[in-house]
Design a protein around this ligand. Structure first.
Ligand SMILES: [Zn+2]
Length: 255
């Protein structure tokens, strides 16, 4: 018996739909977000900040990928002087982001929203890379002017401090150790700018997937400190960290 001609059409269509469903991109779902205002009831001037959080989550998720699909707990407080998400992640509290109420109220939307959300989607055991990526992402995804560059171009700022930068020393800092301990010549804010600039250089020069390859070698494991081996730079980029540092400096000077 001859085959029903429709089968010839239907069968490939079924295969096609199977193909599509197997290769469907994971999507960024609307997350659960709860806000806690610890020092006092939320004042209306915090509204721009509150509205920015889901926008920042969406932007980071679409850029980095849906590597986190849990709830977000945004804690506005008057105890911690800096915003943070990476340190809570190291303590096993991924999804918790702390913002000082001074940032939420006084600067009106000047909180490092994209920066902190990046730590949730892309935490890392190497503090230098984690902060560099967060600073770069905040600039790249156009977060509001915030720490550490407050809207200035990180490459332009980095030129001022690059002479004092010891990138291979920064690279030895394991989360949650603060980056300020990796230099006695630079302020923490300046190291953050340099980290952002270095990551921006790596991504623009060698591409995003190479950076992700390097980044994946130092996954954050709560409670464990491991900044990674210096040899991994050569394995991924074919250049030592010192060679990459020289190239980064040359690139800063060239433009
Ligand atoms: Zn950070």
């Amino acid at each position: 018996m001859r085959k029903f001609p429709g089968e010839l059409i239907v069968a490939p269509l079924c295969l096609l739909s199977l193909h599509v469903s197997l290769h469907a991109e994971p999507v960024c779902e609307t997350p659960d977000i709860d806000f806690q205002f610890l020092s006092a009831e939320m004042r209306p001037s915090a509204l721009p900040f509150v509205r920015q959080i889901p926008v920042a989550i969406q932007a980071v998720c679409e850029w980095w990928g849906p590597t986190y699909n849990g709830a977000f707990h945004i804690v506005v407080n008057n105890v911690l002087r800096q915003s943070m998400a990476l340190v809570p992640a190291w303590y096993g509290k991924i999804g918790y982001i702390f913002f000082p109420d001074s940032v939420v109220y006084l600067n009106r939307g000047g909180a490092a929203t994209i920066h902190e959300v990046t730590h949730v989607f892309a935490p890392n055991a190497n503090r230098f890379l984690a902060e560099g990526l967060a600073v770069y992402a905040h600039e790249h995804l156009k977060g509001p002017p915030a720490y550490p560059n407050f809207g200035a171009d990180i490459k332009v700022l980095a030129r001022k401090y690059a002479d004092k930068a010891d990138i291979s020393s920064f690279d030895k800092t394991g989360t949650p150790t603060p980056l300020r301990f990796s230099s006695d010549k630079l302020e923490e804010r300046e190291i953050y700018v340099l980290a952002g600039s270095f990551v921006r250089y790596l991504i623009s020069e060698f591409g995003f997937s190479k950076f992700r390859e390097l980044y994946a070698l130092t996954p954050l494991i709560p409670g464990s400190r491991n900044a990674g081996n210096a040899k991994r730079w050569e394995e991924v980029y074919g250049l030592t960290i010192d060679q990459l540092t020289s190239n980064w400096r040359a690139d800063l000077d060239a433009h």
